[in-house]
Design a protein around this ligand. Structure first.
Ligand code: HEC
Length: 144
């Protein structure tokens, strides 16, 4: 039996596709990566634990994710007129449908630390976007 003349052509196409796949992967995996991920302090991690254990997320959102009974807390620390004392006041007394929590001063500090480290990661909602000529969108960010 003589070899099928298409086999050679098929091999060429497959070789070409494999090469393109390799080049594509080199391009993707060696491209610019974010230099370092923000790392939370130990105190903030404790605050995050308290945030989870007390189901804050059932009513509040971070970056829009969570329950919707209360407001988003992403930028509650840096928002004008709000901040540390403001958050503590809510934790001390509760309001309307937000229960009063009996946190110790240390626990409140940890939650505030968690929220302020979250705040430093970005903006929500983030409407300030710049459309690049190449089609990418650059959003306003807090890291370099
Ligand atoms: C059962 C629902 C519920 C839970 C659970 C809850 N909250 Fe709230 N929280 C609310 C509501 C509702 C408001 C808004 C009250 C208002 O504005 O009158 C609020 C307001 C706040 C505010 C003020 C936000 C702002 O921008 O004005 C902070 C800070 C806050 N909560 C933190 C927390 C934290 C931290 C926890 C967890 C320890 C928590 N909340 C758990 C319902 C809840």
């Amino acid at each position: 039996m003589s070899p099928n003349p298409n086999v050679k052509g098929n091999r060429l196409v497959i070789t070409l596709l494999v090469c393109m796949f390799i080049i594509y992967n080199i391009f993707v995996y060696t491209g610019a990566q974010p230099k370092e991920m923000p790392i939370m302090s130990e105190k903030a991690i404790k605050g995050q634990q308290l945030y989870q254990d007390n189901n804050c997320t059932a009513c509040h959102q971070l970056y829009g994710l969570g329950g919707y009974l209360g407001p988003d807390l992403t930028n509650v620390i840096s928002a004008t007129g709000k901040g540390e004392m403001y958050v503590k006041a809510f934790l001390n007394s509760g309001v309307k449908s937000m229960p009063k929590f009996n946190f110790t001063e240390e626990e409140k500090e940890a939650i505030v630390e968690y929220l302020s480290e979250v705040d430093k990661t970005g903006y929500f909602p983030n409407y300030e976007a710049e459309k690049k000529p190449n089609g990418w969108v650059k959003i306003k960010t807090k890291h370099k």
